[in-house]
Design a binder for this molecule. Sequence first.
Ligand SMILES: N=CN[C@@H](CCC(=O)O)C(=O)O
Ligand SMILES: [Zn+2]
Length: 410
Amino acid sequence: MSKILIKNIHTLYQVGEDFPEMICGEAMKHVPTIKNAFLALEDGVIMAYGSMEDWEGITDWRGVEVIDAEGQSVLPAFCDPHTHTVFARTREEEFVDRINGLTYEEIALKGGGILNSARRLGELSEEELFQEAMKRVNNMKANGTGAVEIKSGYGLSVEAELKILRVIKRLKQESGIAIKATFLGAHAFPKEFKENHQAYIDLIVNEMLPLIAKEGLADYIDVFCERNYFSVEEMQYILLEGKKVGLIPKVHVNQFSIMGGVKAAVELGALSVDHLEESNDEDIEVLKGSKCMPTFLPGCSHFINIPYGNARKFIQEGLPVALATDYNPGTTPCDNMQQIFSLACVKMRLTPEEALNALTINAAYAMGLSETHGTISLGKSTPIILTKPIDSLAYIPYAFGENHVDRLVF
Ligand SMILES: N=CN[C@@H](CCC(=O)O)C(=O)O
Ligand SMILES: [Zn+2]
């Protein structure tokens, strides 16, 4: 049994009991803290915490690893509820194309984008894909991420989609952190199905879904609902079929255009609607009173130069907001939630407290991990971040580009 005691913590953030499952609106401005604190973990489970002044010491010191934080702070690990971490090759040639004036959509229409990644998936064996993805997950951990959702979607054939999902399954077993798997066969139409959408949708529904269900390869089902990709009706059909085999919807909507995807996804019980660079009043109204988490991806907005989602308005309207990296080789080659923290504050005008709620408790909700992650609460098993010495929460998004994580403690 491992026992860890961290003492003399400068500030323990996001700590307490009886949190709601998501933090909404005005309440996002608040992060509960304890200054000059201690925290005790047993086998990674939070057993006790409080102020050093109330600490009564330990009677049995056998086997206890004591960490003297001496001014370092502690927060629950970030949860990253939207990534495409399993891919074969990076796509910096498209980055240069954009510098030279092409848009993401123009590059995709000439065969780049998702189809580029799908073509290149076969260049790596399943073992090689796993090794590459594992390195990426380790890098995420070094930057403070303690749970990751990972999508398929760069396969677009039965065999290749399953290959990615099997890699994700192995990451679940070997990464040492919580991983959730999302089936995103409906990421783009392969070239040969460009004129026959129904045939590809049939492949997803009749061939991919049964195998995924049989092998237990996914928790969630995603569709990229967007012009030139999947229509609202196509998304509805695929999500409904996914639900029949137990997969919960969690979708890409409103990245470039508003097509009614938010309403359709909420009606189908989506756990989250992600991207939302574009949104309107109807989207906000539909989300009110729902159990669906709006999830923003500012790394994508930054990298492909599209608008940042209007998270401020969502919060003003009383909604919760979560943040994720969207880590992928096309629109967000950044796996670092600290960068997302900074972009959310600088570009979306979230306060550091609002952003921390979006990166922890609300992000945990968006990937079905409210019971274990997102806050420092008794009985939870979230990894915790031991920061380098920082005087305030704001220093993390302020000093962007630095790694403020000393290490994750489990
Ligand atoms: N927008 C759809 N999917 C990814 C990007 C995929 C790619 O370009 O490889 C995203 O979330 O940004
Ligand atoms: Zn994405």
